[in-house]
Design a protein around this ligand. Structure first.
Ligand SMILES: [Zn+2]
Length: 388
């Protein structure tokens, strides 16, 4: 291991009690998307204390952080990313407390030796990953302009670096019908709930004809008020996911036609809206990923990729479409435990979770050293990124 890599690992060991405390504090005070006031302040304060030039509140997001190390030389620009939002009801069931602590640890560790390295080091605190699209907004605001690579760790039930994510869009469909007495004069009503049910039926028929890996899943958010009133209003919410952005868009159009058909069949009118920020598919950079894997192995941590092709979605996808990126998963629990579950939330505060966080901090820091000290690596990352 090079001298600098050894030193960043020693730094993480020294920072361990603080990183564990940061992870615990965020875990015990779960904050939903864009309400991460406590977590973002905590991270911003730690980075400020270490001499980073910190802006809390960037891209119009109060809880987004941009923190740059003051030693800025000519050379590559490395961005290390931390997430910190929680989920409603299940708290840190996605383990973003560990992502925040690992990203902070990596940034602080590289910061300690940054004076001896060329290039720039930036930590981005990216809020609202769970449905808010914090990174989408930060990409659109131009924060990743001039960045040469972005990297983050995510806890998981496997260890895999070279892994994609699904492009996703959220859709809201509303139907307007006509209320009437459901027994006395049903013939005078137009049943908006029937339109929702027909939409689900249409989508279920569509499933046979969609590509493997695509996902369409929805809930009924409004199904009427009482059985004796023909529902005049009903609504559903769907997530549409696919392995690439274009196919996701194609599926959205098919979904719209299912709703249109249901409206025609029932006589209801409909509104079809994309809500929030769609996430792009992850484009993992294999050159950067390869460097990360080597560092992970040097730390004695082996890969353990899933046997199936199960993927979620992340707004890191949008970052990966503008700069070479990795979203590295490290295992914190048994393979059969699902993300966003109570069991995963337990793992996010377990000793196994903390060990993964500390290993991830080291591997991220070591990979940052690779990029900053080897200009050829930057060239190879961008070559791969630009390849068709
Ligand atoms: Zn997550």
């Amino acid at each position: 291991m090079s001298d600098l890599k050894g030193r960043v690992c020693e730094a993480v060991d020294r920072l361990e009690p603080r990183l564990r405390a940061v992870s615990k504090e965020i875990y015990e005070n779960p904050e939903l998307k864009f309400e991460e006031f406590r977590a973002s302040k905590l991270l911003a304060d730690e980075l400020s204390a270490a001499g980073f030039e910190v802006t809390l509140g960037v891209a119009g997001l109060e809880t987004a952080i941009s923190a740059e190390h003051p030693a800025k030389g000519e050379g590559p620009t490395v961005a290390i990313i931390g997430e910190y939002d929680a989920l409603p009801g299940v708290g840190h069931a996605c383990g973003h407390n560990l992502i925040a602590a690992a990203g902070l640890g990596a940034a602080l560790a590289v910061g300690e030796v940054k004076g001896e390295l060329p290039g720039r080091l930036i930590f981005f605190g990216t809020p609202g990953e769970e449905g808010g699209g914090g990174k989408v907004i930060m990409v659109e605001a131009g924060l990743f302009g001039g960045v040469d690579c972005a990297m983050m760790f995510h806890p998981a039930s496997h260890t895999v670096v070279d892994w994609g994510s699904l492009a996703i869009s959220e859709v809201e469909i509303e139907f307007h019908g006509k209320a009437s007495h459901a027994a006395g004069s049903p013939e005078k009503g137009i049943n908006a709930l029937d339109a929702v049910i027909q939409t689900f039926n249409g989508i279920n028929a569509l499933r046979q004809h969609i590509k493997d890996g695509a996902r369409i899943h929805g809930i009924i958010t409004d199904g009427g008020a009482k059985p004796n009133i023909v529902p005049e209003y009903a609504a559903a919410n769907f997530y549409v996911r696919a392995e690439d952005n274009d196919y996701r868009d194609e599926l959205l159009e098919k979904l719209r036609r299912c709703a249109e058909g249901a409206a025609l069949a029932t006589g209801a009118s409909f509104d079809f809206r994309i809500v929030g920020h769609p996430y792009k598919a992850m484009k993992p950079n294999r050159v950067l990923g390869g460097a990360f894997v080597e560092n992970l192995r040097a730390l004695g941590w082996e890969l353990n990729p899933p046997k199936d092709n199960a993927m979620g979605s992340t707004d890191m996808g949008d970052v990966s479409q503008v700069v070479p990126s990795i979203h590295a998963y490290l295992q914190i629990c048994d393979e059969d435990i699902a993300g966003h579950s109570r069991e995963f939330a337990e793992a996010a505060r377990s000793e196994r979770g903390q060990r993964a966080m500390l290993t991830a901090a080291k591997a991220l820091a070591m990979t940052a050293i690779d990029v900053l000290s080897d200009p050829g690596l930057k060239e190879r990352m961008w070559e791969e990124f630009r390849a068709p």
